[in-house]
Write a protein that binds this ligand. Structure first.
Ligand code: NAD
Ligand code: LMR
Ligand code: MG
Length: 672
């Protein structure tokens, strides 16, 4: 071989090596500062974002995100360093301004920041703090402060948490899910940010709600924090303020709609269930237009549920049954209750459907029972139909379709249609289509006034005055809208206007009211947090294929409704305190497991044979009920076993035997 050709061979292999080294280097390097030499990083994915030496946060360009396996781990909008600094400074200044204006919101936000920083530094410690002080910190990491966090998310954003799937990721999601570092994910909470609490469309900022809900999964249900995944599906926003905000972190385009929207959610569902076939997906805070459609679309094929529709319905039913007991009546009297509901959105309709079914079951469980249950509800809404929107646009102020919904109303939402009152009926009651809430309350004299309207103060003085004429010995007011400012009324307003003898519940926490003379007006928190962690845990442990109505009903009616003692209910306490959320979650989960087995839906946990599970359930049902959560925490390597395992000597041997069987069952799954 001539020297020349040897040199050629050497140089071509060298060139190949150099090429591959260059390619390798280019995949591992990026610029930390414009105009500077590139940084070489030997890390990938979240490890980069969690490393203060390398992390550029939202300033990673799209090509860098692809090269460094970061795609989907950051909100989609790429920011410049200048924008990042501006966002940080804006936020800092805003806190100073707010602090002068009034203490409460900035104080709660400051607490959230401190907790969030702890979450970033040391997750174990974060959850220990949360669990030990759940009553104090649930209102910070969850409702109501989480709403404020979502509203201020652009300013608060420091380190990403969870995954973002945007409309721009179509066709990529199946590979993007592998950017998430955990091989096992048990729970996903997903939102598209279109209706965050009662705060409307917050776009990508809605990720905060998914994070807050999963904090409760960890704190209340003992789900391992390494196996939860908050998800934001960013399909744009119709919030004009966010669309114009140069510092907004999400896609700055109007929301996708129709088939295009469904295609994005379909792709997301397929991707997550392909990587984690046993995962459970909780849909959260989707506008009602999509909440029902997506629930119908997926509920028979995937392990999923909609918390606002189904979780809220269960919690409301438990409270409504509690209100019957508080009147000194048996629960079976529920079908006689007259109920006025304000707000026929995803939560309102969910409650109406479930309450109607519960009543029908109590009075015969047949067609005519179902029909007669319908007449116990009066629904008031303020939907502006498409036609009216159009007429408003062209300046013709016609009457909006608000007030009492009757069969006379045009363009009634099909989900609300079954509750449209018949004209003949309401004429007899002295009412008409569109009657105001106050008129309806005045004429119907209901036992219950329930709000899921997202309108703060909707239960005005006039409405509450009208409720004084209620035919109930103990009228109940459920002001369930969140966060605090959106509550339909405060407990002070309710007790002072309607009287000391009422039952009061709100979605966000309020303090009890001092009624004088040593009496306390109890303020219950009627929030779906009492159900969703147990629904998720029970579904996970049973390995149910889907989440059936029966499983949800079992959770609400068997357990939550019966949870309070007679003594408590008489005092007006119809929901438990948040401090007992772990105990409630355990029982809710046990009810869900049992029902899944009874309905033949349980497939066992991972490799657990369903027949074995059935046997286990029959023999050890009562024990499971008292030990399920401890066992789960223990076996899933969750570091914070909630209550000490039952060590009572008389039950110890049985308990240990149960632990042994459950250990066998669950370890099969964990070893997969
Ligand atoms: N406590 C809980 O556990 C819980 C659970 C879910 C939802 N929520 C709260 O319920 C509220 C509604 O949630 P959603 O998902 O049903 O929202 P949604 O937007 O689907 O429904 C709200 C409905 O209220 C109607 N409305 C608006 N103004 C009204 C008025 N003046 N009078 C009567 N109706 C009016 C709207 O037309 C709409 O149909 C939110 O504040 C949410 O935070 C609470
Ligand atoms: O998030 C909550 O506090 C309850 C409910 O899911 C809501 O949307 O308001
Ligand atoms: Mg919600």
């Amino acid at each position: 071989m001539s020297n020349f050709s040897r040199q050629m061979r050497l140089s071509s292999s060298m060139i190949r090596r150099l090429h591959s080294r260059a390619a390798d280097l280019s995949s591992r390097c990026f610029t930390t500062m414009e105009g500077h030499r590139p940084t070489i990083v030997h890390k990938r994915s979240l490890d980069i974002l969690h490393d203060p030496w390398f992390n550029k946060g939202t300033a990673f360009s799209m090509t860098e995100r692809d090269r460094l396996d970061l795609r989907g781990l950051l909100p989609p909008n790429v920011m410049s360093t200048e924008q990042q600094i501006e966002r940080f400074m804006d936020d800092l200044k805003r806190l100073a301004v707010n602090a002068r204006d009034g203490p409460s919101d900035p104080y709660a936000l400051a607490k959230w920041r401190i907790l969030n920083r702890l979450h970033d530094r040391n997750e174990t410690m974060y959850y220990k703090v949360l669990i030990a002080n759940i009553e104090e910190y649930a209102p910070i990491v969850y409702t109501p402060t989480v709403g404020l966090v979502c509203q201020n998310y652009s300013g608060l954003f420091r380190r990403p948490r969870g995954m973002y799937f945007s409309a721009a990721d179509r066709g990529e999601m199946m590979s993007m899910v592998y950017n998430w570092p955990a091989d096992q994910v048990d729970m996903i909470v997903v939102t598209d940010g279109s209706r965050i609490l009662g705060l409307g469309d917050l776009g990508v900022q809605g990720i905060g709600i998914a994070i807050g809900k999963l904090d409760l999964y960890v704190a209340a249900a003992g789900i391992n924090p390494q196996r939860v995944l908050p998800v934001m599906i960013d399909v744009g926003t119709n919030n004009e303020k966010l669309l114009k905000d140069p510092l907004y972190l999400g896609l700055q385009e109007h929301r996708l709609d129709g088939d295009e929207y469904i295609a994005v959610v379909d792709e997301f569902m397929e991707a997550v269930f392909t990587r984690w076939p046993h995962v459970i997906v909780q849909f959260e805070d989707f506008q009602s237009k999509w909440a029902f459609k997506l629930l119908q679309r997926y509920r028979d094929t995937y392990r999923m549920f909609n918390d606002d529709v189904q979780g809220t319905a269960g919690v409301a039913i438990a409270g409504l049954l509690g209100a019957v007991r508080a009147q000194g009546k048996p629960m079976i009297d529920f079908p006689k209750q007259k109920i006025v509901v304000a707000g026929a959105g995803s939560a309102g309709i969910g409650v109406l459907n479930a309450a109607r079914k519960t009543m029908a079951r109590m009075i015969g469980n047949n067609e005519s029972a179902f029909e007669s249950a319908r007449s116990q509800f009066w629904v008031v809404d303020a939907k502006v139909s498409k036609l009216i929107t159009l007429s408003l646009l062209v300046g013709m102020l016609s009457a909006s379709s608000s007030g009492l919904i009757t069969e006379e109303r045009e363009n009634v939402d099909p989900d609300a249609l079954p509750f449209a009152r018949k004209t003949k009926e309401i004429r007899r009651q002295g009412l008409k289509e569109g009657a105001s809430l106050a008129e309806v309350v005045r004429e119907v004299k209901p036992d219950v006034l329930l709000g899921l309207s997202a309108v703060g103060g909707l239960f005005s003085e006039e409405v509450l005055e009208a409720l004084k004429a209620s035919t109930s010995t103990r009228p109940a007011i459920f002001a369930m809208s969140n966060p605090t400012k959106n509550a339909e009324c405060t407990p002070e307003e309710a007790f002072s206007i309607v009287g000391d003898n009422i039952i009061f519940a709100s979605g966000s926490p309020f303090n009890d009211v001092d009624l004088g003379n040593g009496l306390i007006g109890h303020c219950n928190q009627g929030n779906n947090m009492y159900l969703f962690p147990g629904i998720g845990l029970g579904t996970l442990l049973s390995g149910s294929r889907v989440i059936s109505d029966g499983m949800l009903q079992a959770a609400a009616e068997w357990y939550l409704a019966a949870y309070m003692t007679e003594e408590e209910v008489v005092k007006g306490v119809i929901y438990p305190s948040i401090s007992s959320i772990r105990n409630i979650t355990k029982e809710v989960a046990a009810a869900v497991v049992k029902e899944a087995i009874d309905e033949d839906l349980a497939e066992g946990y991972r490799d657990m044979d369903p027949r074995e599970l059935r046997k286990l359930s029959q023999v050890y049902w009562s024990l499971m009920q008292s030990n399920l959560l401890s066992i789960w925490c223990f076996l899933s390597n969750f570091p914070y076993t909630p209550d000490s395992l039952d060590a009572d000597s008389s039950t110890q041997s049985k308990t240990l035997f149960l632990h042994f069987i459950m250990l066998k069952v669950i370890s099969q799954g964990l070893n997969n």
